[in-house]
Design a protein around this ligand. Structure first.
Ligand SMILES: [Ca+2]
Length: 203
């Protein structure tokens, strides 16, 4: 019979991998899991953008068409005297959307012609929102109003907002003026105007 002090008796071998190897496996596993998580977020974000992008591009062009049709009907833009070629938001701070919906505001749209066709939005995003008091707003899929610039002085060009875009490529390729009468743009998924992801009517 052998006792504990017997030199022939070997201590039992530790089961499983040595602690250092186990740690490496844990770290590698955590890194792999983190990588999968980040990849999943990126895929989800790109799916979100691709799902909304065609709809918002269509909406941008619908606003442009609505203003063009108003201009054809009245031979003037749906703005008050004294307006300038600066961006107008499509929220209730400006009557533009309300006028395009066929509701007269001041001297504008007395024939009550509706030129804007857009879906109804929800929770202040994704379409037309009843702003109360007979006013309408129009928001993109990310809850921001579009911006509109019109050729108020009728010289057939508009200062190009892209000259201030934060993306160097867009900024460097932007001519100072564009030969158009109406420009419409969404801030895109990042909600910030004049960045790379903006959805615009002119490029
Ligand atoms: Ca943007």
């Amino acid at each position: 019979m052998q006792n504990e002090s017997d030199p022939e008796v070997m201590p039992p071998k530790p089961r499983g991998r040595p602690p250092k190897v186990r740690r490496i496996f844990w770290v590698m596993g955590a890194l792999a899991l983190g990588g999968v998580f980040v990849l999943g977020l990126q895929v989800r974000r790109s799916m979100n953008i691709s799902r909304h992008h065609p709809r918002i591009q269509g909406q941008v062009m619908q606003i442009k068409t609505a203003i063009g049709n108003y201009q054809t009907d009245y031979n003037s833009f749906p703005v008050s005297p004294g307006a300038t070629e600066t961006p107008i938001p499509t929220d209730a701070t400006n009557p533009l959307v309300t006028i395009l919906m066929g509701i007269p505001v001041g001297d504008l749209n007395p024939k009550e012609i509706r030129t804007l066709d857009a879906p109804i939005g929800m929770n202040n995003r994704g379409g037309l929102i009843d702003a109360g008091d007979g006013k309408w707003s129009l928001y993109d899929s990310w809850g921001n109003p579009y911006r509109v610039i019109m050729d108020i002085d009728y010289d057939n060009v508009i200062p190009n907002p892209d000259v201030k875009n934060s993306d160097p490529k867009i900024r460097s390729e932007a001519p100072p003026e564009l030969p158009t009468q109406v420009m419409v743009y969404s801030a895109g998924p990042d909600g910030v105007f004049l960045t790379k992801d903006d959805i615009v009517s002119w490029r």
